[in-house]
Write a protein that binds this ligand. Sequence first.
Ligand SMILES: Cc1ncc(COP(=O)(O)O)c(C=O)c1O
Length: 467
Amino acid sequence: MSSSLEEDRRSIREVDDKILRLIKYRLELAKKIGKRKKERDLSTVDLRVEKNVIEEALRLGKEIGLNEEFTEKVMNLLISESLRAQGRLAQGRSGYLYGMFERVQELESQGEKVVKLNVGEPDFQCLPTVKTAAREALGEDKDIKYVSAAGIKELRESIANMIRQKHGLKINPNQVLVTLGGKFAVFSGILASVSELSRVLLIEPYWPVYEECALLAKTRIDYVHTVLENDWRIDFQKIEEAFDAGTKLMILCNPSNPTGKIIPKEELEEIVQLANKRNVTILSDEVYDAYAFSPFTSVLDTACDNFIYVNSFSKKYGMTGWRVGYAISSPQTILRMQKIMQISATCVPEFVQMAAIKALTIDEKTVATFSETMRRRVGIACDALRGLPLAFKKPDGGMYVFPEANYEDFNSNDFALKLLSTQKVAVAPGEAFGDYPRCFRISLGTSEENIKIGIERIGKMLEKWKG
Ligand SMILES: Cc1ncc(COP(=O)(O)O)c(C=O)c1O
């Protein structure tokens, strides 16, 4: 008995030996293929080829009696490792964004005055009534304690009511999670939806936080690249190719940071249809919906089967520092996200939630003044940019312009660093948002005067750049 057990164990070690040697051989082959692709100037990632490889493996798996999910996991792992061997796995790009932030802080601490067109923070003040609500909630004798990780009942109900009124969608409070800003809704939404061997789809250019969260979840990331020449339009065929390869979660930023693009209604509906067909969940980050200058359609206005809707009090009510946002999804997904809240931040402080309830009572006309200010700034920025050797699309919404320089050898990171050191103007380099070395992002979260001064100095820097 014991000798046959030993024999079986030895056999397993022999099988492991064979598997590992074969994997090594597969990686060597992948490297060779990578080299050949480079010589022929072909892209490393080819989702159609990947789809065929996975399909063939699934067929074989079925034939020999392997669990389908297991086969898919193994194939995703092998493909990801092959891409790593070819030097094509995402590294994360938030360093470009937050690195610039740190540099500006450093310069300011040395007494320099910087025109900050890099940060995604509007200079709007929240209304005094919101602060009063927080003060009252703090009270003299009130104990400030933990509250539910999902958010207090009154705020979840207020959010559900607001959504019902705005989108005509019946939402139960157990479909709402109160989060530490929209950022935590994005973070917990991604971590609750994907596992190590599933796939997330990002539309380039993207807010780098999405990629970093997906990297943290160790999930495979696929990208659909969009370009200015095509009006930042999303190619449906590319989405289908990615879905064919097994996308689990697709992330949309609407209106977009950094391009300001709003996805037209018909296009959003088409994307939703594709996602429904393939059981793909759409995480729709709509934190900039309060600044929409063209008709805007939310994922909540579509027939999307599986969604995680993200919004925040930061931009709409000038409450960035309060750290309060929310997610809406199915009760099951909300429970998974709530767990992430429980084991990390515990809860959003109660007095902040009380202030958020007050913010929701502010009438739309008052809130619209922020949007009007942003629209005016977009106009001013675009007028100023028109005289420069830059191409850009006027934003439909949001608080950024994402121009592209008309120079062949333009490198936006070098440009942003020189602009900061010589002109004392900070912008975010295009590399922060994907493969966009000729673009940079200008934030309009500052005064009209700063925007004009900043763009004038960008013009000077561009002249010097040309030499
Ligand atoms: C696209 C996008 N989503 C979400 C957020 C999160 O904002 P907050 O966490 O302040 O709500 C930001 C902030 O800049 C953003 O740009």
